[in-house]
Each structure stands twice: as C-alpha cells, then as structure tokens.
Design a protein around this ligand. Structure first.
Ligand code: PMP
Length: 409
C-alpha cells in the first residue's frame, strides 16, 4: 500500500466494526491497547490450529515449525527498531516485564548503595515502581527530572539531574499521559557522557514513530506487543548484546540453561539466557504479524495522518468552552489529554461511552505527574492509524452533548 487508505485499513480490524450503545464504535483508547489486525488474528489462529507445539525442545516437525516461526520474529523486531543484533532481542510479557528484568538483573550486577537512578517526571508507573523497588533493595537513590506545567522535561532539567553517581537513566520515549515526545537520543548521549546506562520505555512509540535504536544509542529499549496491534502478554526488551551478556539471569527455569547440575548450572547464550520457561509462542508469532503489517504501511504517511488527527482534535476541543487541554509540549504523539471545568473525568468518559466513543479517564498510571500538575485525572483520547477525521468530529459532538448533560461548559 503506497498511500494510506484509512477505510481499507479499518476493514482489516474486525473489532472496529461494531455498535456500542447503538452507535458505531469510535475507538480512541489506543494508548491503553490497540485493536488487532486480521493478519494478527490469522497468525494466532494459524499457530494454534496448525503449528501448535513447544519451541526449542522438540525434533518433531510441528516443534521445528513453531520454533522457526517464533525465532523469526526476533529478526522482525530487530529490523523494525534497527537494532544491531537478534541476540539482543529478549521476549518478555511486555514493557513492564522488560523494565523489571533490567531493574532486577542490571540492578543486582551494577547498582550499589549511594548510586543514583534517574527517571523523568513523565513516567508510567511501570517505569517508576521497579526503580523504587531496586532503590529499596540496593540502597540506591531515585532522582527525578521533573516536568513543567506544559508536560515538558527540559534537557537542562534532565542534564542537571545527572551526576557521576547516576548508574542508569530511565525515561519514556512518548508520555502515555500527555503525549510528550522526549528527545531520547539527546538525553541518551548526555547520560552516557555522565557514565550512566540508559533504558528507554518505548511502549507508546513503536506504533507511531520510526524507532532507530542505533541512532538513539540507548542500552535498553522496552515495548509491548498489544500497543502495536499485536497480542497482549508479549513484548520485548531490546538491548545491546555486549551489556545483556553481563547481566545475571533474571528468572531461572527451562531454556535459559545449557547444563544443569544439583550444585550449579551453566547458562544458555543470548537471547535465551534471559528467557526462562515456555514463552508466549503464539503471542510472539502474532507480534511478528503485527510488525509486518505495520511495516507494510508508508511510515511518513502514517505519522502525518496521526498528527493530522491530533491537531484537528486539539482544534475541535479548544473551541468547546470549559474544556482545557493538558500537556502542551511542542511535539506530542497520538495522545490528547483534557479536563472539563466542573466535571469529573470519569463522568465525562462515561457519557462519551454512551455515544459510542471509547476514551480513558483517570491518572493513566502516571499518578505522581498528575499530582504535580494538581489534577486527580484527565480524560484521554488517543489516536491510531485507523482513526478518521469523522471520528474526531464524533468525539467533539459527543463531548458537547456530555457537557450539556452535565450542565457545565
Ligand atoms: N510505559 C508506558 C509509557 C505505557 O503507556 C505503558 C502501558 N500503558 C506501560 C509502560 C506498561 O505497558 P504494559 O502494561 O504493556 O507492560
């Protein structure tokens, strides 16, 4: 497909074609999870119907077939993110598991009392709580480079929060709460200059941007399949193999070993050394299908389409009295957060749902950020490649109706 034909794309997502409360669904909760393309459903179905066997342990035909399909996804991920090697592509249950793997394993090997872990003030709880746990375990100190009222962490603030004690800086590529796009390559270079390692949380980036890990140069990059049109319960940690090589095993079990004795065991080589137990085989195969689907679309047009939707939605909401957008970073991706004067975000979201418009309300797992902004929560509409300008209009119309019903605005 050389031009983004959104109607043709929509037809590939069966879940979009349904009524909610008697109205055609407008799905604007893509930052929480995306809908799944037919190609992904077919891949899952194909594995379970035809190739269902465990990987790595069998010589029989089905096991070999499943293993080939499963292992091939590492290359799909490597290519999508322009990583250096499939040895550094570790399957995990998702972004959260990938970050916990690094916090636990890197933490045990490299973090000592008095060391510092630096996070940005825009983090999802998944990229905050694992570091808190690591600090409690290790005696390290958590530092925060806070966001300003626009939802921007300036590079000056980030640089000032680094010190010679910083062992690792962890920050999101795109904020799930406000949509802020962080200058991750610039921050990575600064952190490296300070002697720190870098983990980038890519949960909100991979579906919306071209991600080039060799250009960013971070040490670890985490993402989730379900936010890139793939299945839930699968994702990856993509790391520099030479650093992953130095990490002690995270979880013990099958596959991560090469020889097991009663006294001690020898561990497998990368990437399997960091993957214990039967993996989510179907999930990985589905994720591969999702990334291939995405890879078949013209990236520039996809980015332009989603930017257009976001810009149009901002303009529509700015024209509604009482609606205040939250997050005014100059470059935002996919996410529009807002509050309504005099109305609770969950009441707004409930009324939008009655119009068939699915949005999210609450703190979006970024409670410390919202508390600093003085907000209990926001309403969040998040856009994806299959959304349309007509759906943006449906959002605005539903919001005007909700405000009338609530007697505000
Ligand atoms: N980081 C960010 C920025 C996210 O948006 C999310 C999911 N909302 C996560 C981490 C956690 O992802 P998962 O629940 O798929 O592990």
């Amino acid at each position: 497909m050389s031009v983004l034909d959104v109607e043709a794309l929509r037809a590939q997502f069966p879940a979009l074609d349904q009524l909610v409360h008697g109205k055609p669904l407008v799905y604007l909760d893509n930052a929480a999870t995306t809908q799944k393309a037919q190609a992904v459903l077919d891949a899952l179905d194909g594995y379970y119907r035809g190739d269902c066997a465990n990987v790595h342990r069998g010589v029989h035909t089905l096991s070999a077939r499943a293993g080939e399909r499963f292992e091939a996804v590492r290359e799909t991920i490597r290519a999508r993110l322009n990583a250096t090697s499939t040895d550094g592509v570790i399957f995990t249950a998702g972004t959260t598991a990938a970050i916990n793997l690094v916090a636990d394993s890197f933490g045990r090997a490299f973090v000592r009392p008095g060391d510092e872990i630096l996070v940005s003030g825009l983090e999802h709880h998944s990229n905050l709580v694992p570091w808190q746990l690591l600090c409690q375990r290790s005696g390290a100190v958590l530092r925060v480079a806070h966001a300003d009222a626009d939802g921007v962490v300036s590079t000056e603030t980030f640089a000032a929060a680094l010190s010679e004690r910083t062992r690792l800086a962890a920050f999101t590529h795109v904020s799930n709460a406000l949509g802020t796009l962080n200058p991750v390559a610039k921050w990575t270079a600064l952190a490296h200059r300070a002697g720190a390692r870098v983990l980038v949380d890519g949960a909100q980036a991979v579906a919306h941007l071209g991600v080039d890990l060799q250009a960013i140069d971070c040490d670890f990059y985490a993402f989730s399949g379900h936010k890139v049109y793939g299945p839930t319960g699968i994702g990856a940690l993509v790391g520099k193999p030479e650093l992953l090589e130095q990490l002690p095993p995270w979880q013990g079990g099958g596959d991560m070993i090469s020889h097991v004795g009663y006294e001690c065991s020898e561990y497998n080589t990368l990437p399997w050394r960091l993957e214990a137990g039967t993996p989510h085989i179907a999930g990985a195969i589905g994720l591969g299908a999702a990334l291939e689907f995405l890879g078949g679309l013209p990236l520039d047009e996809l980015v332009a389409h989603e930017d257009r939707l976001l810009e149009r939605a901002c303009a529509e909401l700015d024209a509604i009295p009482g609606v205040v957008r939250v997050g005014r970073a100059p470059r935002r991706v996919s996410v529009l957060s807002f509050v309504v004067d005099g109305a609770h975000p969950s009441d707004v979201a409930t009324l939008l749902d009655l119009e068939g418009v699915a949005v999210r309300s609450g703190h979006h797992c970024a409670q410390p950020l919202l508390e600093r902004l003085g907000l209990p929560g926001t309403v969040r509409a998040s856009f994806s490649l299959y959304n349309t300008e007509a759906e943006v209009e449906r959002l605005a119309a539903a919001l005007r109706k909700a405000l009338r019903l609530l007697g505000v605005g």
